[in-house]
Design a protein around this ligand. Structure first.
Ligand code: NAD
Length: 453
């Protein structure tokens, strides 16, 4: 969360786009063959749209809103990425999220590029009618900047299947007489949404964790069955992750939302936490649990910590307190580069966002395919395809890490030969491995297509 910078030391740059660029630049050190011009191109978004628009709110006043849609890269297919409604949205946050989408789609090997959207607004202070008007006006302003084969939105923080229904309807009104269903994913199942999409981000995170554990990523922890799990953020990604991990035998010992965190050493039933949040607005107060702080939640002893809220939660100032044996990033950008280094030194592996939360965009891709083909697959089929994709992508990232770490001296020699630097290369973590895999895939396609004109 860009707005949660208050607890961070002054020296840590928490601008999410700077972080995305640092991650990219670190990975590029291991890909010395790529020319500087190509690298400069890939680190920046292709397009940033900023729109100002008014709506008349339910209380009769006129209010202006600022919306962003960023297209980072389209080399491998149409832009793809969610729309976020949050008071802390900034252009750089949307740039970062769009960039991460490019690498995520490439890690998963799905034919999409990266994009993201956001509107600066606080849904807690707006009515449903206001949010519908904001959505319609934002999509109308974007006009042909989005489209089934150019840039395809989806849900993100504070947007839902219902929001996606409004996105579709607005676009359809403006482009009548053709099949517009593939213009947006994450729609309600009754109107072209895919079975399994709502749970896909969390299910993908579970599949990725299960497979990485089965390959021995965490010594002595070979399954989520019996594992203790802490979930930060009980929204779409986090609450469903808690439910799916619990179904597989994990014990959910802590959870949180923007109002606070809860803990029970004996574990709690995530279904009850979801019901309590629905009734009261927060997981806090769930009978049988005690309230703890967000910082205490991140520092709990557990097997698996799942950050599923916003960016910059595990930082230079609190990473050393993390006692989990594995971090599985359901959120985008929850761990800063400085925190990555601290966790690596502590021997805590991180399943990075561009792999661990890619189940959402993968099933969005399945939804897009179903819409284009006018089909509807059943949930078992969707989940079976997701399992295969997540397993393959997790293997690719783990294998890339092994391959790079086994050839560091050769890569350093190539760097020297090509005049890219004469420094020693440290062994890489899984985030860098995922970046290397993704950047190479995007760069290869860019070069095969040829630099236009
Ligand atoms: P959401 O709006 O459904 O839920 C966000 C949750 O985080 C809410 O419960 C909110 O109360 C909580 N939260 C906010 N600030 C917090 C804090 N400081 N501490 C603890 N909890 C806090 O959003 P979502 O769709 O679940 O997205 C969550 C994360 O997952 C985001 O980073 C998003 O980009 C990422 N993600 C979502 C999807 C998807 O398909 N929805 C896909 C990939 C990645």
């Amino acid at each position: 969360m860009t707005g949660s910078a208050s607890a961070a030391p002054a020296h840590e740059d928490l601008n999410p786009f700077h972080i995305a660029q640092q991650q990219f630049e670190h990975a590029i050190r291991y890909l010395p063959e790529f020319q500087k011009g190509l690298v400069d191109y890939l680190v920046r978004p292709e397009r940033v749209l900023i729109t100002e628009f008014p709506i008349e709110t339910s209380n009769g006043t006129v209010r202006n809103f600022t919306g962003y849609r960023v297209l980072h890269n389209r080399a491998r297919g149409p832009g793809k990425g969610g729309i976020r409604y949050h008071p802390d949205v900034t252009a750089d946050e949307v740039r970062a999220l769009a960039t991460w989408m490019t690498w995520k789609c490439a890690v998963m090997d799905i034919p999409f590029g990266g994009a993201k959207g956001g509107v600066i607004c606080n849904p807690k202070e707006l009515t449903k009618d206001d949010l519908r008007k904001i959505t319609r006006r934002f999509i109308a302003e974007l006009g042909d900047a989005i489209g089934p084969h150019t840039d395809v939105p989806a849900p993100d923080v504070n947007t839902s299947a219902e929001t996606m229904a409004w996105v579709f309807d607005t676009y359809d009104m403006m482009h009548s007489g053709r099949n517009n269903l593939p213009v947006v994913t994450g729609k309600p199942v009754e109107m072209g949404g895919s079975f399994g999409r709502n749970e896909a981000t969390s299910r993908g995170c579970l599949f990725c964790t299960q497979h990485a554990l089965s390959r021995g990523l965490v010594p002595g922890l070979d399954s989520v069955d019996g594992a203790t799990v802490v979930v930060q953020g009980f929204g779409n990604a986090g609450s469903i992750a808690a439910q799916l991990y619990a179904e597989q035998g994990s014990k959910i010992i802590a959870g949180s939302d923007s109002r606070g965190a809860i803990f029970s050493a004996d574990g709690f039933d995530p279904d009850e936490a979801v019901a309590h949040k629905k009734e009261t607005g927060s997981v806090v107060g769930l009978p049988g649990t005690e309230e703890i702080s967000n910082e205490a939640l991140l520092a709990l002893e557990c097997d698996i910590l799942i950050p599923a809220a916003l960016e910059n939660q595990i930082r230079a100032d609190n990473a050393d307190d993390v006692k989990a044996r594995l971090v599985a990033e359901a959120a985008n950008g929850p761990t800063t580069p400085a925190a990555d280094r601290i966790l690596a030194e502590k021997g805590i592996p991180v399943l990075p966002d561009i792999l661990a939360n890619a189940g959402g965009v993968t099933v969005s891709y399945y939804e897009w395919v179903q819409n284009i083909e006018n089909e509807q697959w059943d949930e078992e089929e969707v989940n079976a395809k997701l399992l295969r994709k997540m397993t393959r992508a997790t293997d690719s990232v783990l294998d890339t890490r092994e391959r790079i770490n086994g050839t560091l001296s050769e890569i350093a020699a190539t760097r020297k030969e090509l005049g890219r630097g004469n420094d020693a290369l440290a062994s890489i973590d899984l985030r860098t491995a995922a970046y290397i895999l993704a950047v190479k895939r995007v760069a290869d396609v860019t070069l095969r297509r040829g630099i236009w004109p």
